[in-house]
Design a protein around this ligand. Sequence first.
Ligand code: GDP
Ligand code: IMO
Ligand code: MG
Length: 427
Amino acid sequence: MPAIAVIGAQWGDEGKGKVVDYLAGRARMVVRYSGGNNAGHTVINQYGEFRLHLVPSGVFYPNLTSIIGNGVVVDPGVLLEEMDGVRQSGVDIGNLYISDRANLVMPYHRLLDGLEEKSRGKGSLGTTGKGVGPAYVDKAARLGIRASELLDPATFRQRLSFILEHKNAVISAVYHAPPLSIDEIYGEYCAYGEKLAPHIRHTEPLVAETLSKGEMVLLEGAQGTLLDVDFGTYPYVTSSSPMIGGACTGAGISPRHISGIIGVFKAYPTRVGVGPMPTLIEGEIQDMVRERAHEYGATTGRPRRCGWFDGVAAAYVSQLNGFTAIAVTRLDVLDVLPSLKICRAYRCNRERLEHFPASISVLEQCQPEYEEVSGWLTSTSEARHWEDLPPQAQAYVQYVEEVTGCPVAVVSVGPRREQTILRSPLL
Ligand code: GDP
Ligand code: IMO
Ligand code: MG
């Protein structure tokens, strides 16, 4: 069995947690490969309802190994709290491992995330404030501290003292904020290191071994492709690569092993934070969708903007990732709408665009060209087979296939594991 990646195809919150939890029953391992605790993945199963920020969504299966890959930036305090929460629900987390190469989110990353956002004023990016962007900046600047360093307190102190001197200079000179204390950070992080030590490992060999035994490895993405630092709506993006390329570098596996790339699309896109969204639904219908679907961020509680299905963005994202299959989630949310709009092209300065533009100022001027399609006005949340869906809902899903050129293999009609239609095999 090969590796299968589960990738967000919009601006995050597509339901990756639900899809990973659903598929993980067949897997031997789930690897979270990117992002940090800016992510919030909801999983609802026999143990309860969880919003996971760092722990992989497959953790609830007893025979499965969960890995936080090298591509993730880990806030150890948040991780330990989350591990406690999962453990207290009766789940064994002995099989959870953190890559020793994963960079850590440090207190100055959280502080700088807030200070940088404040200093941007009206141009703020609407980050989650979890320090994730600054942690990736330090990783690339070679000023990061990695999980392995928690296991070697003397070297950790040495590097922290060098790095903190630099950070404190920026904190006080640029932002006029009080500097942070090395003793406090060192003490706090050494205590985290002691607790996390049994879980910190070379994880790439574990992944390689699982693959060599022919067992299935799921690669769990965070965020979504339109938040990718290269291909998203830059600069309103996150600081990592949620896409398929990020899955290889963030889990430490070769693309040769990946035989399935599943793009997760919400039946309607949502966006939390700042940045353009061409197909934003206007007025009361958006409020109605948001309330019906409780579209508030799982990490920050901020309201999510809701849009009509954007075929231009969907085609772009599918091509970039080379999806082999698609999962459409939250189809049930649209059950109450008599008609739906779908966008096949944008209009920009009298030009018709069928390609997603790179320039944010062009994207901001794009007006969607809509086609109106009929809704189904029937509950789909009890559907368990493709044939159970009303013809209008089937046609809507087929539209997603048409614009992406990729089969929709999974249709999700509710947040629970069993509210899932497996339409065609994933391999
Ligand atoms: P993720 O970040 O991609 O894992 O997605 P989130 O967990 O942040 O947001 C998805 C939300 O949709 C969660 O509240 C899920 O419980 C919920 N959800 C997932 N699939 C479905 C579905 O098919 N129908 C409905 N109504 N809710 C869903
Ligand atoms: P999951 O994995 C939705 C958004 C933030 C902000 C931008 C940059 O749950 O789908 P950051 O804190 O990453 O520097 O913020 O990215 N963002 C997400 N939006 N879901 C997420 O993760 C997100 N992670 C980051 O709202 O606009
Ligand atoms: Mg989320």
